[in-house]
Design a protein around this ligand. Structure first.
Ligand code: UT7
Length: 334
């Protein structure tokens, strides 16, 4: 699904992120599973990731990132008209994590709020929803949060997945564009259910409710066919990135920055090659953060904006792919 190229109607007014203080390094993993710092760095680019404290839940991380984004936008939480929390690691199955975020950040007690499950593409899906609500005048200001506590759903006995993921949250306040051409220019979101079992958690839902047996068989943890997802990611992220450019009548030269989902440095290298966008225009923080799924793009974007790396007037592409399989891209004129 694509939004048409036109003058932006919505804009990111403020950003914030939160990373738990505890860090797990590749050397820590060497003591836990049969792996090495060298393998992890060479095959993924990851050196360390942040892990939440036992007492923290997804809404705690999300609320902190949300508060920071609201402060950055200089906006009172009562001015929010919608809260969208993109996550595959909710506090609990019911109610939505967005309810706790609404309560904790002090949004209006009737502010609509819901969770959105699009895995690593969650933030792009969330931006697309925010833009649509603003475009159709159902909302003026929307808080979009990408938050993941992947440490809670990873099998720390499985070296092929455990070394990849980290915890964190990133948030954006999306509001009306100012009419100067800056803002959210386009979003393109996609999904392919044929690949549902390439990256999934078998149990814990209505198909296989939690039981002693599902726990024994470790069916509540993430399972991934890494190579399949890798190949699909390179193909789909490259095409979604090219679409973000061509659908807006732009060329590769017009793109100042790409904020890719930080899943694997080799995927990012391949997307750079295939899309023709030079590698030095990709913002990378995977070595410090690992794969934080839906939080990955807003964390990287906030870092890049606060560091002054992304400047006013620049064209920035976001692209992500994750479990579902879901994927997408967005073009923002900063
Ligand atoms: O964010 C959502 C989207 N997710 C992704 O985009 C992830 C996509 N996939 C990947 O990034 C890569 O496929 C992985 C990083 C997950 C795996 O890298 P790979 O180069 O595709 O490795 P592989 O699965 O082909 O495994 C190669 C070898 C295997 O050993 P054998 O069978 O050749 O003896 C694995 O058992 O590497 C082994 N291996 C490890 N060795 C040391 C797998 N994980 C590890 C590890 N340490 N942590």
């Amino acid at each position: 699904m694509a939004s048409k190229a036109r003058l932006p109607v919505s804009k990111i007014l403020g950003m914030g992120h939160y990373l738990p203080s505890r860090i797990l390094t590749n050397f820590d993993f060497e003591k836990m599973v049969d792996t090495s710092d060298q393998w992890i760095v060479e095959r993924t680019g990851i050196r360390e990731r942040h892990i939440a404290a036992p007492e923290e839940a997804a809404s705690d991380l999300a609320a902190e990132a949300g508060r920071r984004a609201l402060a950055d936008a200089d906006l009172d939480p009562k001015e929010l008209d919608l809260i969208v929390v993109c996550t595959v690691t909710p506090d609990q199955p019911l109610p939505a994590t967005a309810m706790f975020v609404q309560r904790v950040i002090g949004a209006r007690s009737d502010c609509p709020a819901f969770d959105l499950v699009a895995a690593c593409a969650g933030f792009i899906y969330g931006l697309s929803v925010a833009d649509s609500f603003i475009r159709t005048e159902q909302a003026r200001c929307v808080l979009v949060v990408g938050v993941e506590m992947l440490s809670r759903i990873i099998d720390y006995e499985d070296r092929s997945t455990s070394v990849l993921f980290g915890d964190g949250a990133g948030a954006a306040v999306v509001g009306p564009a100012s009419g100067d051409g800056s803002g959210l220019v386009s979003t393109h979101i996609y999904a392919d259910g044929a690949m549902a079992e390439a990256l999934y958690i078998p149990a814990g839902g209505s198909r296989l409710p939690a039981s002693e047996q599902t726990v024994e068989e470790r069916l509540h943890y993430v399972r991934m066919t890494g190579q399949d997802v890798f190949k699909f990611a390179v193909k789909r992220l490259s095409s979604a990135t090219k679409t973000a450019i061509s659908s807006n009548g732009l060329s590769v030269r017009d793109i100042d920055w790409v904020i890719p989902h930080q899943a694997n440095l080799r995927i990012i290298d391949a997307v750079s090659q295939r899309s023709g966008i030079p590698r030095d225009r990709f913002y990378i923080n995977i070595e410090r953060v690992g794969n934080t799924s839906s939080a990955s793009i807003p964390i990287a974007l906030d870092e890049a904006v606060k560091a002054g790396t992304i400047e006013e007037g620049q064209n920035v592409i976001f692209c992500a792919l994750g479990g579902g399989i879901t994927w997408g891209s967005a073009l923002v004129r900063w």
